[in-house]
Ligand binder design. Sequence first.
Ligand SMILES: [Zn+2]
Length: 258
Amino acid sequence: MLTTGNHPGDELQQLLDGRLEAERRAQVEAHLAVCARCRRELAALRWVTAAVRKGLPERDVPAAVAAGVAAALDGADRAARRRRPAWVIGLALAAAAVLVVLVTRGGAPDVVAAAAEELARYRAADLPLQLETGDPRALERLIARSTLRFPVRVFDFGMMGYRLAGGGAHRLAGRRSALFAYEDAGGRRVVCQMYEGRITELPAGAERREHDGIQFRIYRTAGLTLVFWQEGDVVCVLASDGDPEEAVQLAYAKAIKE
Ligand SMILES: [Zn+2]
């Protein structure tokens, strides 16, 4: 069993730069699969790397936020803070800037991180399923008896080699959701959820695609792919740890135009 103990820290930058040797890289990736903290750090690191490439000026970070982040970096340990490499400070500032952007947009920034975290928990055998079943109709009947106010269609990915493991009524970042979990013969996993909301509330940074007249928002983070789309009043999200393009194709196969 993997532990969330030794966080890779500085090695995340080396991972992004492709400087880790294969064995260590696999260990760091395995850690990322079970550690939400490091996934957030990697996502912020990616963001700051992209921002630096685009020449984002540091003054875009509000002074109060920058001061708060600097103070939070290590509490009272000023000596330690001085020894921090510049990129760590930059990372913290960038993460704060992202947070400010998300908060001021009044959106639902937690949904993307929460959906990724649920997939990671499922991979770590740490996600209880209300009903373990390979039968999509049985899962639909269970969810129909729950307090969810929208009709739920449990996807059948059998043709694509993914077996339904189960699911049930769930909560995604505080919203009531329906959750279905899948696995293929190679151990790859998919977790789908549906919740009442709008994809227009999702945070910035998604890749946007259109297929068969349906809009998709795609996020990639730490080897995971999350695909969101709208069906009526309901948002569907498919989270996969398999091939990113395959994840998009699974979503295309099941999405229904409003
Ligand atoms: Zn970690």
